[in-house]
Design a binder for this molecule. Structure first.
Ligand SMILES: [Zn+2]
Length: 376
């Protein structure tokens, strides 16, 4: 595995110690929630409350730079800053998910916002979010929680903002802004979204159907009838960059996408199957191409809703000359691309978004960042 590749994956970044040992200590979690350093990431229907000044309207999530130079950021607010009625609902009916302790900014960074456009943009971005503490600025050791609000609580939040003369809350989508976030924000948002997606689909025991109870800071659901613990799950999926003898890359167009959008082939790992076997099987099923020895590159969580994407590079088997045979079901078209073809601005080909591991694998094969299309 290449460390450089792994660190290029927007959703694989994190700056939180998950602090597993504290999860079962309710008194400790209460004290941390009540502390001045506590911060909470606020979700609503899978989106996160944005830091003041974020302008996600300028993002299309497919690798284009924003027209505005203000970066999107996730709000990490003090629990004490939330309206009382919202906090009350969280503590009585909701889930107060403990994400862990902030690790502070990584060594060699200036606050977690990576790859800036220069000092001026950085200063502008920081100025735009000074209303709210940003994750990159969280002191090491700050307890970080996440909550997911219903419509009524969101309305209460908006009302409180209006009454205080503050801007209306803005909600941002992880998939669209991931590459724009600092390490702390990206990690906290990914962890929180993955966990609340699990909670949303595991309200009842899979064995007996009883309503389950939330425990351990949100990391366990217990069936009270059988006294069994249910733990969060994640679904492994493999995604493979396939290269032929001419060093061309195979991309496919999925039935669920618009025409001209191409990406790498991918599929879920089946029970009782290794990652490598899944890669070989999925590629053969979707394309007819036989690959040898897929080489592990890296992985990133993909909480849409519950995947872990495991990336591989593979060569076409020399014993099986490739005959492209799209399965016609998931994959409608398959095409080998040269580097010139993939970078051609006139091709009309749409590539995967900047938050995806697919784009990172394509750029690894390409040898660097792909040229950005001109804004429409
Ligand atoms: Zn049960």
């Amino acid at each position: 595995m290449s460390r450089a590749f792994q660190s290029s994956l927007p959703l694989a970044r994190h700056r939180i110690d998950r602090d597993h040992a504290a999860r079962r200590d309710d008194a400790l979690l209460d004290a941390r929630w009540a502390s001045q350093e506590a911060r909470v990431l606020v979700l609503h229907k899978g989106t996160a409350l944005a830091a003041a000044g974020a302008d996600p309207e300028n993002w299309d999530g497919f690798g284009h730079r924003p027209t505005s130079r203000v970066r999107a950021g996730v709000a990490l607010v003090s629990p004490a800053a939330l309206p009382g009625v919202v906090v009350e609902t969280i503590l009585t009916d909701g889930i107060r998910l403990y994400l862990g302790l902030a690790l502070g900014a990584a060594e060699g960074t200036t606050g977690g916002r990576d790859g800036g456009d220069g000092a001026e943009a950085e200063a502008e971005a920081v100025a735009a979010v000074t209303e709210q503490p940003v994750a990159g600025a969280l002191p090491s050791g700050s307890p970080v929680f996440a909550v997911s609000l219903g419509d009524e609580q969101v309305e209460a939040l908006a009302t409180a903002a209006r009454e205080a003369g503050e801007p209306e809350p803005v909600w941002i989508n992880l998939r669209l802004v991931a590459a724009d976030l600092g390490d702390s924000e990206a990690g906290a948002f990914t962890e929180a979204l993955a966990m609340f997606n699990w909670h949303a689909t595991h309200t009842h025991c899979p064995r007996c159907g009883a309503a389950t109870l939330v425990e351990s800071g949100g990391w366990v659901r217990r069936c009270p009838v059988q006294d069994i613990e249910l733990f969060p799950r994640t679904d492994a999926a493999v995604i493979v960059g396939i290269v032929d003898e001419h060093d061309r890359l195979l991309l496919g167009s999925n039935a669920m996408w618009e025409n001209n959008r191409f990406s790498l082939l991918a599929g879920f790992v089946e029970p009782g199957e290794s990652l490598e076997a899944a890669a070989i099987r999925e590629i053969a099923e979707e394309s007819g191409v036989v690959i040898d020895d897929p080489e592990y590159l890296g992985s990133q969580p993909w909480p849409f809703p519950a995947s872990l994407m495991v990336g591989f590079l593979a060569k076409v088997s020399p014993d099986h000359p490739p005959v492209l045979r799209p399965d016609g079901d998931e994959i409608l078209a398959l095409r080998w691309f040269t580097r010139d073809e993939i970078a051609d601005p006139e091709s009309g080909v749409l590539l995967p978004g900047s938050s995806s591991i697919a784009r990172a694998i394509i750029e690894r094969w390409y040898g660097g960042p792909l040229p950005e299309p001109e804004p429409a």
